[in-house]
Design a protein around this ligand. Structure first.
Ligand code: PGA
Length: 251
């Protein structure tokens, strides 16, 4: 059985005090959520404090990005995965569509970041997803397939066991338009079969595939009822502890 993951991506929101308040408010609300892994991804500057305050809880902390290498170097502005692990992160989100669209992230850099994150002992949440134009031209499966095989290229079986995939159709992010549960299921099942071809059936059967894009308390139940949807990557609705807790406690 694949244990679901509900992850909140806080993007560039919240000063430190607000991040800590939200994390502490969330803690008791999800304390009984044994059915899933709970993850939050604050901004870099809040990671250590939030991770410290959540120590011993069932909430794991993720970064929203990381550098392509762990060895220290003259790389102004970058943060190595080993440094993220050092301050209490357990996961790194890699290749989010906002990074691909706004900050020049490529499949090649996603691959390097994924390898570096795994090398540092983090689990990597690797994001893929097509734009509206790509979906409308009938290319969604090819685009997502290309991102997936390039992003995960060269990973060993052991490394693949620490990979989490997030399917986030770009047209559904922050737009209020969710993919229908059937659309999510269709792409998730495609992703699982591609993982099977590239990395073998055992990895395909066990890899968790999260859906992201306007997930809310109102639609999480239906999304989670799809056989290949193993959790959610939640943006806007994760900023408020009550709303995120409702998503976590979808059962
Ligand atoms: P959203 O964002 O839930 O606000 O649509 C999802 C994401 O970007 O991870």
């Amino acid at each position: 059985m694949r244990k679901p993951i509900i992850a909140g991506n806080w993007k560039m929101y919240k000063l430190l005090a607000d991040a800590v308040d939200t994390a502490l408010a969330l803690k008791p609300l999800v304390a009984n959520a044994t059915h899933c892994e709970v993850v939050i991804a604050p901004v870099f500057t809040a990671l250590k404090t939030v991770a410290d305050r959540l120590e011993g809880s069932n909430i794991g902390v993720a970064s929203q990005d990381c550098a392509t290498q762990n060895s220290f170097g003259a790389l102004t502005g970058e943060v190595a995965p080993a440094m993220l692990k050092d301050v209490g992160c357990k996961y790194a989100i890699i290749g989010h569509s906002e990074r691909r669209q706004l900050f020049g992230e490529t499949d090649g850099s996603v691959n390097l970041k994924t390898k570096a994150a795994l090398e540092a002992g983090l689990k990597a949440i690797v994001c893929v997803g097509e734009s509206l134009a790509e979906r409308e031209s009938g290319n969604a499966e090819n685009i997502v397939g290309g991102q997936l095989s390039a992003g995960l290229s060269g990973l060993t079986l052991d490394e693949m066991n620490r990979i989490i995939i997030a399917y986030e159709p770009v047209w559904a992010i922050g737009t209020g338009k969710t993919a229908t549960p059937a659309q999510a299921q269709e792409m998730h099942s495609h992703i699982r079969s591609l993982v099977g071809k590239d990395h073998g059936n055992d990895v395909a059967a066990s890899v968790r595939i999260l859906y992201g894009g306007s997930v809310k308390p109102e639609n999480i139940g239906e999304l989670m009822s799809q056989p290949d949807v193993d959790g959610a990557l939640v943006g806007g609705a994760s900023l408020d502890a009550d709303s995120f807790a409702k998503i976590v406690n979808y059962k």
